[in-house]
Design a protein around this ligand. Structure first.
Ligand SMILES: [Fe+2]
Length: 200
């Protein structure tokens, strides 16, 4: 399919700007640039994972601190809210070192990727939402990945020290790099993008 709904187009444009930030590691900006190059061509097989999970109800609370701001994050929050009925939802239920509550206390929303608002398999563009005081399990995946943090929160890579890259900052994961994330006193929201089919 070659047509793309306006709410998807709007979110992609805002996300592209946020992934270009100098606050991201350079390798993260590079992988994101390759994703957005692919996203210039719409592609949608129509699969939709619309089933919601308990943590979906925290989307508004996570976006509330910045949804009215005249910033890239404010624009992203409003664009995400506009996409809510079209998002693909999923959650993880396996992995080491997750906090006891993590399964019901997190959810992933897919914009572009399998089952998302634009269901495709060459890239993923989505976000993770966690309630306060949640530690997501250690995980890794073959595709290279970049994250951008929308809220306070911490990451850990390769069993190293936890760190908060700051709002607008993020991390870059090389292929199969173990990583985890955790929230503090407020809900956590981070956007991620993966290059799921490599062409090199
Ligand atoms: Fe990841």
């Amino acid at each position: 399919m070659n047509r793309r709904p306006e709410n998807v187009t709007a979110f992609i444009a805002i996300a592209e700007t946020l992934f270009r930030s100098e606050k991201l590691p350079e390798a993260g900006r590079i992988v994101a640039a390759r994703v957005f190059e692919r996203l210039q061509t719409p592609s949608d097989d129509g699969a939709r994972h619309h089933t919601r999970y308990p943590a979906c109800d925290w989307l508004d609370a996570a976006l509330a601190p910045f949804i009215d701001e005249d910033t890239g994050f404010g624009a992203a929050a409003r664009a995400l809210k506009a996409l809510e009925p079209d998002l693909g939802w999923s959650r993880r239920s396996s992995g080491e070192n997750g906090s006891e509550n993590y399964i019901d206390a997190h959810v992933h929303g897919m914009i572009c990727g399998p089952g998302g608002a634009e269901s495709r398999y060459d890239v993923q563009l989505g976000f993770s939402l966690m309630l306060p005081h949640v530690r997501y399990p250690d995980h890794s995946h073959p595709p290279e990945e970049a994250y951008v943090l929308f809220t306070p929160g911490e990451f850990r890579q390769n069993g190293g020290a936890w760190f908060d890259p700051g709002i607008g900052g993020g991390i870059h994961n090389v292929r199969n790099n173990p990583h985890a994330m955790r929230s503090g006193a407020v809900p956590f929201l981070a956007m991620w993008t993966l290059l799921t089919k490599t062409d090199d």
